[in-house]
Ligand binder design. Sequence first.
Ligand code: AHR
Length: 366
Amino acid sequence: MNADRSTPVSGRARGLRMGTALAAATLLTLTGCANPEGGGADPGAGSGGQQVTRTQDAGGPGCALGQYGVDKVDLTKAVVGFSQSEKEANPFRIAETASITAEAKKVGARLITTNANSDLGKQISDIQSMLAQGAQLLIVAPLNSEGLEPALRAAREKKVPVITVDRKLSSAAPCKDYLTFIGSDFVDQGRRAGEAMSKVTGGNGKVAILLGSSGNNVTTDRTSGFKDYLKASAPGLQIVAEQTGDFAREKGQQVTEQLLQANPGITAIYAQNDEMALGAVTAVRSAGKKPGTDIKIVSVDGTRNAVEGIIAGDLNAVIESNPRFGPLAFQTAQKFYAGETIAPTVIIQDKSYDSANAKAEVANAY
Ligand code: AHR
């Protein structure tokens, strides 16, 4: 287990920091403008990379402190646990953990972090262990959309609220098993990837899909959004193959090599994340073809490497999935403890990159 603890500060200093951080986060949400999260080469930073919400009222009446039945906590003195789902070889995961770590520091909370390394059993024991270490609030990036029940039950027994980020729990209930979900509209990401694919191919071609890992709503939603768009608006794009690349670069490369051998007529690849797309770029080149030209490539995430890939002409378009959940997660917790009702679903606004804006926007990528 990996434990990160923020530098101790006085209660008053913590309160001031917390107030400043929350005021900034509130302003961002209200104005919808994009502000830097932090400076330097931190992968969780990047100018203009801050998350902004698009919808805060989806999915039900919302949840207040009394209804959820958990204890009120002063975040400036709290122990907060963050459960990361996948290993930090992917810039999405690095940026997500960095954002939560940075915000915990700003707020003054003491953060414990764990990484499940794509093992659901480990994520359950990670969460149980953070509860045993005294976590009073949990931020969880679920590996799968189902199966976390033992961990959620343990949190409920200890009256510890759970904020889920980035992947959605499908069988758990808001305001009972967890407080809220903060993340992207993944169906819309798939739809926008379909739209981008139609644009870069002229609406015709043979498409291979590199699916994300199974067992989570991100993969199923990015698939259905893409397929529905093609069916309704780009019937000239024919899906000839689909196989999982597990959201990993190496697997994306291996799977693309196999798919290109079995289907030499493939003219386009929809990769459900940037890491698989970058693996596909290598495989396309090894097959003697020019990525971005002979085979168009569209993906999802918005990593620095992928946006640079657009500038280099290897990738054609990227739909953003913004992992910088720190400010919004802590702001949501603060509102909850202040007595506000929290919506069960908080949807963030994601941008997109293509050859028209990649150079101007690359600084915002992670
Ligand atoms: O859940 C979000 C997805 O998971 C990201 O697109 C991907 O990079 C990650 O592994």
